[in-house]
Write a protein that binds this ligand. Structure first.
Ligand code: NAP
Length: 292
């Protein structure tokens, strides 16, 4: 196995397969389109949306970006989501986070049609994921699975430790790795901010996944020799160079590199795969519709 697990390679493969699928769908006059809801000004959400639009365009998926005012009322937002639910030309809906404080995220997510909820945020999809049923898998946990598959990383019977228990990363990922299939069947432990003796637990991991949101949190003394490290974290830190900032993961890369068997870089790791897994869910809705 390569020591540096490149997310870019994984993404390239997924996108090229999707391009073929989209082209086959268009032969059946199905043209998948994605609707992105963005509320207010947020440079990270804007960057993420533009990245989705660019990659979608390259593989033939159409997109529409709804840039809504920060002051938008919940009812108005719900009405717009309902319109997208009803629109047969829309195959997937994503709601960019964070939302303004006056809008209740949980309430809005319930309004997205579970059949178009390509981010897997609706409780119906989250419940199906927990039960091991077919569903939309949130794009970041899906990206981790794709990386495991691409590099043929054996997980059966392995001890996997995940740091982080968020609804979008840690929890769904733990459930996916517990499934009774290939690239799962692992013994999974989740750590969080209340975990005692975290170092003792992380040191027992054959595969350690960090999804914390704290720059360079994991150091060499916290890992087992020859373990596989998957860094989900994306943290902006200040630098003294011309840029003034850079992105680093939750794992202190230079410190752990020698001791680890393999590691995902940041940038260029899991973050590079998430747009591809999101678009893969759009294609899935289109194929479901074709076969229904
Ligand atoms: N690569 C991608 O595409 C992608 C996608 C999504 C997120 N991310 C990145 O992944 C990271 C996590 O994102 P998220 O949305 O899951 O974050 P989040 O909702 O803030 O969750 C962070 C988790 O880390 C835990 N944690 C925080 N401090 C800790 C500590 N000192 N020790 C142990 N656990 C600690 C928290 O524990 P508590 O639950 O106890 O608070 C929480 O469960 C962020 O850097 C984010 O930018 C990347």
């Amino acid at each position: 196995m390569e020591k540096i697990l490149s997310g870019k390679k994984v993404s390239k493969k997924i996108l090229s397969e999707l391009k073929e699928k989209v082209s086959k769908l268009s032969e059946n006059r199905i043209h998948p389109k994605l609707s992105i809801f963005m509320i207010g000004d947020n440079s990270a959400a804007e960057y993420y949306s533009q990245n989705i639009i660019k990659k979608a365009g390259k593989i033939g998926i159409q997109t529409e970006l709804l840039q809504l005012a920060f002051e938008i009322k919940e009812k108005e937002l719900i009405d717009k989501i309902k319109l997208a639910n009803r629109n047969p030309k829309i195959y997937g809906i994503i709601l960019q986070m964070p939302l303004p404080k006056h809008i209740q995220g949980d309430k809005i997510i319930l309004e997205i049609s579970p059949q178009k909820d390509i981010d897997g945020m609706h409780p119906l999809n989250a419940g199906k994921l927990l039960l091991g049923k077919d569903c939309f898998i949130p794009c970041t946990p899906a990206a981790v699975l794709e990386l495991l598959k691409f590099y043929q990383i054996e997980t059966d019977g392995k001890k996997i430790v995940i740091i982080g228990r968020s609804n979008i990363v840690g929890k769904p990922l733990a459930n996916l790795l517990l499934r009774k299939n290939k690239y799962a069947n692992a013994t999974v432990t989740i750590c969080h901010s209340h975990t005692k003796n975290i170092e003792k637990i992380t040191k027992s991991a054959d595969i350690l996944i960090a999804a914390i949101g704290k720059a360079n949190f994991v150091t060499a003394k916290m890992i087992k020799k020859n373990s596989i490290l998957i860094d989900v974290g994306i943290n902006e830190i200040k630098t003294n160079d011309a840029n003034g900032y850079k992105f680093v993961g939750d794992i202190l890369y230079e410190d752990v590199f020698e001791k680890a068997k393999a590691i995902t870089p940041v940038p260029g790791g899991i973050g590079s795969i998430t747009t591809a897994t999101l678009l893969s869910n759009v294609v899935k809705t289109a194929e479901n519709r074709k076969n229904s």
